[in-house]
Design a protein around this ligand. Sequence first.
Ligand code: PBG
Length: 323
Amino acid sequence: MIIRPRRLRRTGAIRNMVRETHLSTHDFIAPLFVKHGKNVNDPISSMPGQFQFSPDTLINEAEELWELGVPALILFGLPDEKDPTGSRSWAEDGIVQQGVKAVKDHLPDMVVMTDVCLCEYTDHGHCGVISDGHVDNDATLELLAQQAVSHCDAGADFVAPSDMMDGRVGHIRHALDNAGYQDRGILSYAVKYASAFYGPFRDAADSAPQFGDRTGYQMDPANALEALKEAELDIEEGADMIMVKPAMPYLDIITRVREITLLPLAAYNVSGEYAMVKAATSKGWLDGERVMMEMLIAIKRAGADLILTYFAKEAARKLKNEN
Ligand code: PBG
């Protein structure tokens, strides 16, 4: 006798009944770039369909996402000035602070997250301060904590440290509690690899390191046990949600981290994953829409609850049209 799994694939309605994984617009967190100015809508050339916004135009983008059912965004800032310590990152009139306020004033229910890191704000482009030619872990912690508090002052719901300094989740949690922000959360970039897939992002956020690379603090792509260690540490330090980044080349890591935590797990479908699809689609080599949906469902199937993705708007539109 032949066992016939194809019976369950015979019609669309049957396939809908037995589908194991479902994508929802509620799964998406949209990464957005904000810079100083008014009426800014600058296309990011390596990420077709993505733009740098000013606080006023950011509101429109946020509103569109919200109306499509995307509940959350994460902001990255392009400051007016850079210096060795990244001091514009914790300024009250800093660009992310302005962006957060703009969105929260307009859409108080939207979940506003902020990337907490120094690389966009330092003149050397590293994620921490430099002492003797090296990224100084402990000297960086205080600056990250200040930045996180200032994002919450502006109204952020979650801060998302992406710097990969040791101990930063605990340090930031402590600082937020001391500032009266017991109710604001931390989405930790717990498992962040030193990945070449961040290339387009560094153009978009003008954050490439001016010397060396990030292998001294971000993880070696060859390591999986270390991912579990990083995840455990951030959980112990008080993270509310944790993240694996990038997503598509690290689906095994998503699955393994999923197995060791009860926290919501996010995965970051990064700039290079987006750019590859857009580039191949523009050449007619891939069906971009189908590849997008396949990538997103695969990330979810691997174990991610939430997906940070530049496809958020496009995929949400597609999901809406299907229903
Ligand atoms: C900042 C940061 C980066 C990304 C998110 N936060 C860049 C980096 O670590 O170099 C990458 C996101 C993407 O590629 O989409 N540290």
